[in-house]
Design a protein around this ligand. Structure first.
Ligand code: FE2
Length: 276
């Protein structure tokens, strides 16, 4: 058993309505409401309409050397392609989220207070977390998402499911307090279209510009740094990005995924045909 308790897999831990009625909490209100609002899809899942198992698909990722980007790409590509052709696995994991508080707590909706200056207008749905530290996420980028150059606290691999991005690659991170101005121009610019898969080492500075509403399937490797940064192109200064453990309760509350937001995102993903 690699992940947290329960399973975002074939044996989806669908909501136990009777138990939920007995427990009075905001989470249970969410679960009950979700059960009622999505009863048709949940019935199909119970009947086994969506085959496949997320945990089995990602099992080979447990032995990845995340410092070896070639290995990250090769192993994650296989998992991403399997999930792309078996979208029902994603649907099952997404519909199980209200029953997975530990994953819900990791989901994020961007708050303008925190991200307006940073351009990172994307929702993050965390579908799986492994005990070795990697996660499977779905990212929903809204038109106008225009990143600042940044590195990451982890290496990752991503597959585009909808829309397209301009992908700007700046080269290796540096650690002086302020970058020289003007900041270096990208060394490579590419277009990432539906079906594109790429892997990036945590030390690479890059930026994504969503040219329309876009969705990616994202495998985030284990955290290897306390903080990452974005670069303000006007001043060259770093804007440090800490892990959630270092964020204020107010900032965490501002980006919390709510029942209403999850329902809206699910409806959008269905409208776009992302969930198979
Ligand atoms: Fe990034």
């Amino acid at each position: 058993m690699g992940g947290p308790q329960g399973s975002a897999s074939g044996s989806v831990s669908l909501i136990d309505t009777q138990q939920a009625h007995q427990e009075n909490s905001p989470l249970n209100a969410w679960r009950l409401n979700w059960t009622v609002s999505h009863s048709d899809t949940l019935d199909l899942i119970r009947e086994g309409q969506f085959v496949g198992d997320l945990e089995s698909v990602v099992e080979p990722l447990r032995s990845i050397d995340w410092e070896d980007t070639s290995s990250v790409e090769e192993t994650c590509r296989k998992a991403l392609e399997q999930l792309n052709t078996n979208r029902g696995i994603l649907r099952k994991a997404l519909y199980d989220l209200p029953n997975r508080p530990e994953l819900l707590a990791l989901c994020e909706h961007p708050s303008p207070v925190d991200t307006a200056e940073l351009g990172q207008q994307l929702d993050k749905l965390v579908l799986y977390e492994d005990e070795t530290g990697f996660r499977v996420r779905m990212h929903i980028f809204w038109s106008g998402c225009d990143d600042l150059p940044h590195n990451h606290r982890w290496s990752f691999a991503s597959m585009i499911l909808k829309g397209q991005f301009r992908h700007l690659l700046y080269g290796l991170e540096t650690y002086e307090d302020t970058m020289q101005l003007p900041i270096p121009k990208p060394l490579q610019v590419r277009i990432e279209r539906v079906g594109s898969i790429y892997a990036l080492h945590h030390s690479m500075l890059h930026a994504l510009v969503a040219e329309e509403n876009a969705v990616s399937l994202f495998i985030r490797g284990p955290v290897v740094k306390e903080r990452g940064y974005l670069v303000d192109p006007k001043t060259g200064k770093r804007i440090w990005h800490l892990g959630v453990a270092e964020e204020t309760p107010e900032a965490i509350a501002r980006k919390r995924m709510t029942p209403e937001l999850l329902s809206e995102l699910t409806a959008k993903l269905d409208e776009w045909g992302i969930l198979g």
